[in-house]
Design a protein around this ligand. Structure first.
Ligand SMILES: Cc1cc2nc3c(=O)[nH]c(=O)nc-3n(C[C@H](O)[C@H](O)[C@H](O)COP(=O)(O)OP(=O)(O)OC[C@H]3O[C@@H](n4cnc5c(N)ncnc54)[C@H](O)[C@@H]3O)c2cc1C
Length: 389
């Protein structure tokens, strides 16, 4: 006999966890089905950057609404999400300076603490950085990074306290529909009847969409990161940085480490079951070369470790937050390598969308699936180049 639930959420990454938290807050008792374990996918590999600087206003709005959670986690969720306020610097090439200025103005309109600073300011903030290849940068003093696994686990724990149920090691194998609406899911062992089924399956979202007869324009994106040991004379920490000039981002990590990721060379379309314990061949060498361009003293650093991860990516590199296909079936996917920091607010918005028909925390209609068939991919008013190349 089938069990019943108010809603089934497929995937226990940051997005499944956040939606479970917000549905449970509204009095529902969702079941979260996870084929491996909490944060087994992109969330567990995420670099955890928490910043609001985007060139697309709805993304900045989601990041800003989420920031409230990261900065007041214990009060809102309970426990610790490992948020470190390091300050965040966005560096762009001189050719993108006008876009940077316009985007900072947009962030300020949203109330985000963001300001334009000069390369001299950055030199004072981070004396080890090379600062002669840009004139101005954006600076967010309140931003930094959080611990994605702790964040997902914390949201799930809070959801469970309100009656949500988490089943790990449980893969959804079929989504049942009847007369154009979802009625439940089947796993190898259990069947669950539910009027709401949510696809929060990350890099597996297209595969899960097919189970409900829905074609989602989501492919896989592989991304490697390396942790380097800073030489002792480099100081105890440094800001979190996205450096478009060197197609790289980096942030400090506890234990005198610096985490580096690259914007180029992230292969699309690979199986998300591929080896993520090791970085792809050649990645570490490229990451060393890039970080030494911005921080030459890192030449005296060392390699700590490197690994990879997979996220789902859409054609415009923005998420899908929508009801799709059969009634009661929702997609929360396609986060395209930048979805951790918007997890809290995306979950709040999707709970509103599911229960009230419309999100009020942030308007998420720009993230509707039909934008692709309408020929209206999301692009910023003052767009930078695609982040991932
Ligand atoms: C290396 C790396 C670094 C990143 N750095 C950042 C960053 O600094 N800042 C940022 O904001 N974002 C970052 N991202 C992106 C961010 O991590 C992701 O967008 C986000 O974690 C996606 O969360 P999710 O819940 O949608 O997916 P996931 O965390 O991938 O969760 C999906 C889950 O679904 C499960 N699943 C799949 N199929 C099934 C099924 N049939 N049945 C049951 N369960 C299933 C999977 O096992 C998985 O646990 C990074 C991503 C990677 C890979």
């Amino acid at each position: 006999m089938a069990e019943t639930a108010d809603a089934v959420i497929i995937g226990a990454g940051i997005h499944g966890a956040s939606l479970a938290f917000h549905l449970a807050q509204r009095g529902l008792k969702p079941v979260i089905l996870e084929k491996r374990f909490v944060a087994a996918g992109a969330t567990g590999r995420s670099s955890g950057l928490v910043r609001m600087h985007y060139d697309l206003e709805p993304e900045s709005a989601l990041a800003w609404a989420s920031y409230r959670y990261f900065s007041r986690w214990d009060e809102i969720v309970g426990g610790d999400c490992g948020f470190h306020r390091t300050g965040f610097v966005q560096i762009v090439a001189p050719a993108a300076e006008a876009a940077l200025r316009a985007n900072v103005a947009m962030h300020q309109r949203l109330g985000i603490p963001s300001l334009l600073v000069t390369s001299d300011d950055i030199r004072r903030l981070a004396p080890a950085f090379v600062t002669d290849d840009f004139a101005v940068a954006a600076y967010e003093p309140e931003s930094g990074y959080a611990d994605p696994t702790a964040s997902a686990a914390g949201l799930l724990e809070a959801a469970r306290r309100k009656g949500a149920r988490l089943m790990q090691d449980t893969r959804v194998q079929a989504i049942r529909t009847q007369a154009g609406r979802v009625v439940g899911v089947d796993t190898g062992g259990v069947s669950i009847d539910a009027p709401i089924v949510v696809n929060a399956a990350g890099a597996w979202a297209a595969e899960v969409g097919k189970l409900a007869g829905v074609d989602l324009p989501v492919t896989t994106w592989r991304h490697d990161t390396a942790f380097f040991i800073r030489p002792p004379d480099l100081g105890p920490t440094h800001p979190t940085v996205i450096d478009f000039i060197n197609s790289m981002y980096f942030r400090p990590e506890t234990g005198r480490l610096t985490l580096v990721g690259l914007e180029d060379g992230n292969p699309l379309g690979l199986s998300p079951e591929g080896d993520s314990e090791r970085a792809l061949s050649g990645f570490v060498e490229r990451a060393i070369e890039r970080i030494c361009r911005r921080i030459p003293a890192m030449e005296r650093g060392g390699l700590h470790s490197a690994h990879g991860g997979y996220d789902g990516i859409t054609p415009d590199q923005r998420a899908i937050l929508d009801q799709v296909g059969p009634e009661g079936f929702f997609a929360v996917c396609g986060f395209s390598g930048t979805g951790f920091k918007i997890g809290p607010a995306a979950g709040a918005c999707m709970a509103e969308r599911i229960l009230d028909g419309r999100a009020t925390t942030v308007d998420i209609t720009p993230f509707r699936l039909s934008r692709f068939s309408e020929g209206k991919p999301l692009t910023g008013e003052h767009a930078y180049e695609s982040i991932w190349r």
